[in-house]
Design a protein around this ligand. Structure first.
Ligand code: CP3
Length: 343
């Protein structure tokens, strides 16, 4: 049967007059209904592990905007927690984790196959969504890329330059490489179960890929993504995979071919015309409007939406932001963007 879902058609290489659209962090604090459901759950992590409510917040932006894709509501830091790390969120600041700084700390973590009991509520969220989503909406499962997840596990928090992770990889490469291997293998098991539960596409978020250069980028951003995609595609033939090596710059070129990804998501530090000429030549790209425009709106939002649509119009494209929509975004601006895109 010919594929009818708009997002899957772009992932298969089709060029569409109106590209499919969804937004990173589309379920989030800019939506009053999200804030209400989060309050009902108690806090962010309780929301992630409450399958009914996590499915509810995933569906909220679909109901409000009719996006072409829904992304599972969860977080990339659930995997470290499933592996035995402590995880909590400091209000107004962000995530905090117990740190891994040496072989002793690493040895205390669980194995790649020990995560599923902890993750059972996440898989249940996926099952609920695959029943409840409209038939035209694609369900995206996701995980963090090993490098990005490792940066949080090593530092115990988000860091502007990922210095603690760079320090460990240069000073104790054996421990660092063993952590990367555990995360790569654990991510394969985690994503594979999401697919078994009903995720139709998977996305790998490498938010801090841009701080890896040259050989380190190849070894710690490209290779793990390639390994995860190859194993998932061998277990689930035909599974479309998206990669997001954020701020990879020139290293976006050839990334899809080298990793086997069906689509590369582009951040907004990259010019859309450059990405069309250099990255989209290999297949579908996703992106890449500046999330700030969802705050400021106006004619600039309309013009930018049309400019990006046009820049990517000669190849397969999924319209999205270059990073997540922010809590101060105006929900009305999403309608403005959709009107400019869909006409
Ligand atoms: O709607 C969606 O996009 C799906 C759910 C999703 C969340 N986080 C929910 C979330 C996804 C795909 C993520 C990915 C994620 N999480 C990334 C990679 C993408 C990126 O943004 O670069 C990273 C680095 C994280 C880790 C993380 N989670 C941080 C650093 C923070 C704190 C910063 C912040 O935005 O508050 C979170 C919290 C988080 N994850 C929220 C949401 C909706 C906000 C939590 C809240 O409601 O208070």
């Amino acid at each position: 049967m010919a594929e009818t879902k708009k997002l899957l058609r772009s992932l298969a290489g089709e060029i569409q007059d109106v590209p499919p659209v969804w937004l990173m962090r589309q379920a989030g604090r800019y939506l009053p209904e999200y804030r209400a459901t989060r309050a009902e759950a108690g806090d962010f992590l309780s929301l992630c592990y409450n399958s009914e409510l996590a499915a509810e917040v995933t569906l909220q932006p679909i109901r409000r905007y009719g996006f072409d894709a829904a992304i599972l509501f969860a977080d990339i830091l659930l995997l470290p927690q499933a592996l035995g790390a402590d995880l909590w969120f400091e209000t107004g600041e962000g995530p905090r984790l117990s740190t891994i700084t040496d072989a002793g700390g690493l040895a205390k973590l669980k194995g790649k196959d020990d995560i599923h009991e902890h993750m059972a509520p996440v898989y249940e969220t996926v099952r609920i969504l695959s029943r409840e989503l409209p038939s035209e909406t694609t369900l995206i499962g996701f995980a963090g890329a090993p490098w990005t997840v490792a940066t949080y596990m090593i530092a115990g928090r988000g860091t502007p330059d990922q210095a603690p992770a760079h320090k460990l990889r240069t000073e104790d490469q054996a421990t660092f490489d063993a952590l990367m291997d555990l995360l790569t293998e654990g991510t394969i098991e985690y994503l594979s179960k999401q697919v078994e539960a009903g995720a139709e596409v998977i996305k790998i978020f490498d938010s801090w890929a841009g701080s890896l250069k040259g050989e380190a980028f190849t070894k710690y951003a490209l290779e793990p993504t390639k390994k995860i995609i190859a194993e998932l595609k061998s277990r689930h033939p035909g599974l479309p995979c998206m990669a997001f090596p954020r701020e990879a710059g020139e290293q976006y070129i050839g990334f899809a071919k080298a990793t086997g990804a069906d689509c590369v998501a582009i951040d907004n530090s990259v010019d859309a015309d450059w990405a069309a000429a250099n990255v989209q030549v290999d297949g579908c790209v996703q992106g890449n409007m500046n999330p700030k425009l969802m705050v400021t709106g106006g004619q600039e939002l309309i013009d930018e939406t049309k400019r990006i649509k046009k820049a990517f119009s000669k190849g397969p494209h999924i319209f999205n932001l270059g990073h997540g929509i922010t809590p101060d975004a105006d929900p009305e601006n999403v309608h403005v963007m959709l009107e400019a895109l869909r006409g």
